[in-house]
Write a protein that binds this ligand. Structure first.
Ligand code: FAD
Length: 480
């Protein structure tokens, strides 16, 4: 295992659970039958709970981990307080921005040089372990044909994916006329769009999926279409005090505090009520439920009720990008010494190095980001081995880093037990097969979470899915 984070979380959850049990937990005071029980205190569950509370419903939220936010996670205990999860709040993210405005959470433009602004001169490139170059377009190591040569490896995928973009409306991806693209892998689609073999090889390094072959072309097309559409409406923002400031404020606005360390282990979803059993043996019943647990975790939770086999098959088929971040403690900005940008793309084991400006650390945060199938190799190492390997690789590529950098905190989304990945995606053919099936209500249990969004993506998609679940529930419990 690459990091003890999974084990640590389960142990922390057990220890905290025991302490809370002795003090009679707040959830024990919840009404005998809540109107709605929300599973998961990520942004989807919190947005749902706030809407339900606003409509007068009695709501309780169960969260398996010891913290609020799920894949929103500002690492306040790491120098520079990096975002381990969501950072960019798109211009069109009305639901997310609405929560921030209502709760007085400040959004600001990204600090200069943030990850979304990786332009050509700001990213060095290294292939096959060679010394990184800034002038990629003219570098001898650049294997791309003339028409692609000037494009940075990171820019290739969106270039080919958006060529002749056939989607118009944000919901087009669900229409039958796009079934042909649904059947295609990302590799097949990008090839059809004219990407060279050399380009595909580079794209495959940092594609946010296991690889180009297991990623559904239509799913990626629709997400990139959405990101482009959003950017055309204005610049993105970040939460001034870290994205967790938003989810913490959302949780704090609930009348009943979120019950932490409540790991859902069994669900009975009947037409008139839902009963949830947690790993600590506690049972909570509500008239209805909104389940935001990611499919990578949900697929293994037993559910009693009329759950069609195709729905569990849909959860089982959902993939989640595997990713690891390795933070560095930097004493001196070695990139000023070697004259190369701190941001660096490589086809080596650590793929991408990103420098993020920070409000609390003048030198900023430096991280390796690894995703996809490369994560499996790193997961075979202990955290100490991984840190040593990362530092050695950094010093090999950037000798000026020697003596001024140490490998620090590791965030491993692939082994994080409460999402087992980064962001959900479909495999080829699965949009037609499963997109409708995966979020169908089961008895009085409705489903939300980013994987169930239809129009948006990211944190806004998570809130959209929450709204889609809240509306029928309010009708059902007579609060609409
Ligand atoms: C590295 C990274 C960068 C990202 N960047 C962006 C970005 O810049 N902009 C953007 O819009 N989006 C971004 N995203 C995506 C965004 O974070 C997610 O789409 C969104 O946070 C998902 O919210 P959710 O509530 O659906 O799921 P989650 O946040 O995963 O919430 C699910 C909750 O359920 C809990 N849970 C799981 N299992 C159980 C169980 N058995 N019992 C009880 N509770 C359980 C989890 O602990 C979690 O709190 C990023 C994600 C990652 C990982």
């Amino acid at each position: 295992m690459v990091d003890a984070v999974s084990r640590r979380h389960v142990l922390q959850a057990a220890a905290a659970g025991a302490a809370v049990a002795m003090a009679r937990p707040a959830w024990a005071e919840w009404p005998a039958k809540l109107d709605v029980l929300v599973l998961g205190a990520g942004i989807s569950g919190l947005h749902a709970a706030r809407m339900l509370q606003g409509a007068g419903a009695t709501v309780g939220v169960l969260e398996g981990s010891p913290r609020i936010g799920g894949r929103v996670w500002t690492a306040r205990d790491v120098p520079g307080q990096p975002e381990f999860g969501a950072e960019q709040i798109g211009s069109s993210y009305g639901r997310v921005r609405g929560n921030a405005a209502e709760l007085g959470v400040a959004l600001i433009p990204p600090r200069t040089g943030a990850m979304g602004e990786m332009r050509l001169p700001q990213t060095a490139v290294s292939l096959h372990g060679a010394t990184p170059v800034v002038d990629w377009a003219h570098a001898a190591m650049n294997p791309l044909p003339p028409s692609e040569k000037a494009m940075l490896p990171l820019a290739l995928m969106s270039h080919f994916l958006m060529l002749g973009d056939p989607l118009d409306d944000l919901q087009d991806w669900l229409k039958p006329q796009f079934r042909g693209i649904d059947q295609m892998s990302l590799r097949a689609y990008l090839t059809q769009k004219g990407a060279s073999e050399a380009a595909l090889k580079l794209i495959n390094v940092t594609v946010p999926a296991w690889n180009l072959d297991d990623a559904n072309a239509l799913d990626f097309l629709r997400k990139y279409h959405y990101y482009r559409w959003d950017s055309q409406h204005g610049p993105y923002h970040v939460v001034r005090d870290g994205t967790s400031a938003l989810t913490d404020a959302m949780a704090a606005s609930l009348k009943r505090p979120v019950a932490l360390n409540k790991i859902v282990a069994h669900i009975s979803a009947q037409p008139q009520s839902v009963t949830v059993t947690c790993t600590d043996g506690s049972r909570i019943t509500a008239r209805s439920c909104i389940n935001t647990i990611p499919p990578t975790v949900l697929k293994d939770i037993p559910i009693e009720g009329k759950l069609p086999p195709v729905q569990r098959a849909a959860w089982q088929a959902q993939r989640s990008d595997q990713s690891i971040q390795i933070c560095f403690d930097v004493k001196e900005p070695f990139w000023e010494k070697d004259g190369l940008p701190a941001n660096m793309w490589t086809d080596g084991p650590f793929e991408f190095m990103a420098h993020t400006p920070s409000a609390t650390l003048p030198i900023g945060v430096l991280r390796f980001y690894v995703n996809g199938s490369a994560v499996a190799k790193l997961n075979a190492m202990s955290p100490a081995q991984l840190r040593a390997h990362a530092l050695a690789e950094l010093i090999r590529l950037r000798p000026a880093a020697a003596g001024v950098v140490q490998a620090g905190r590791i965030m491993n989304w692939s082994t994080y037990p409460f999402s087992k990945g980064h962001v959900a995606y479909f495999q080829p053919g699965d949009v037609a097969r499963y997109a409708d099936a995966m979020g169908q209500p089961v008895g009085a249990m409705y489903f939300a979470g980013e994987h169930n969004c239809r129009v948006n993506a990211g944190v806004e998609g998570a809130c959209e899915a929450a709204e889609n679940a809240v509306i029928p529930i309010l009708e059902m419990i007579g609060k609409s």
